[in-house]
Ligand binder design. Sequence first.
Ligand SMILES: [Zn+2]
Length: 398
Amino acid sequence: MRFVDIPGQQGVKGMLQGGFASGKMAHALLLTGPEGCGKLPLAMAYASLLLCHQPVENDACGVCPACLKVGKLIHPDLHFVFPVINQGGDSEKNSTDHWIQDFRRAFLEQPHMEFENWRLAMNADHRQANISRAECYNILSKLGLSAFEGRYKVVILWLAEFLGDAGNLLLKILEEPPDQTVFILVSAEPEQILMTIRSRVRSIRIGPMDSESIRLALLGMDVQEQRAAMAALACGGNFHRALCMMSEEPFENSVRWTGLMRLAYSGHQSEIIQWVNQNSELGREPLKSLLDYGLHILRECYLYREIQRDPRSLREDEKEFVHKFSPFVSAIALSAMQTALEKAAYRLERNGHIRLVLHNLYFDLQEALVSERRRMAKASAPQARRSTKEAILQFPMP
Ligand SMILES: [Zn+2]
């Protein structure tokens, strides 16, 4: 992983590369930022740069023996610490070393992965994950050895918020790391990290990835232009989610979303149960992508209603939905439905029960639509109401 392989984030890249070039880099860094902003890949790119034998323009060369080893996550001077599930008893099984093969596989498949992906890779179910005291002792003993290749020793501590009190064991080494040792902590929730740790590291806050960089990166991966534009807009600066969208069937989100909105309008209980049952099997990431998609489409509906902006980046069937559904998406309705989608996304992220999350989402969307129809009934003539109802009932069913 090199800096050049990561879309956008020029400011952070510049900071890290500048520190390396001047030789004045911090020996304990904390990279924080929202999901999919590129924080783990940036940590890897920085580690690659430190370990590379012949850096080119402040980026790893990507071809030297060190880069090849870093690329496979097998460089002897690159150490990882990350949360693992506690399998009880045998502490050997509860260590990063035990899970390193799985971690390599997961990272190489999805370099922008987040904890949720890692939890799935570990088959964690509802078991808790953490970074244990034993793990901290383990890393301390590894750092006691000299560097195998005589250059830097780099520790990437991914999801440092899982350290808990065990983190106190690392305070001394973070404050005074051995020579040529660099700690890169990575966290999605820095406020959960012990203050004693935070005060000993240089924090770098990373913002969401900009949509234009995401769009260009997707185009570079031979994604079709329209899809790249749509995903870049819908992913909310989360490159990981944009990539997930690419692996989904292009029609699935729109078919699911149209189905949900039609049901929210018609209120057919048996059908909504069916919809929830079908879609709860999808898993959290595809559902989050569906929620993002829904929000994107609702915004298009609102823009079409208010300023007749035609949704250019959409397919024909999606445009048809926007044209038909836009009468229901006033500013008030948009706000209510947006809140419903954000609430569902939040609950999915917090491991809420998936069926319950989807049922609640349905009820919230239905309530937003019912209220909007009441407002429309008050404001407009019966004639207009009938025609909009006829329009929505013509939506294609999933
Ligand atoms: Zn190299």
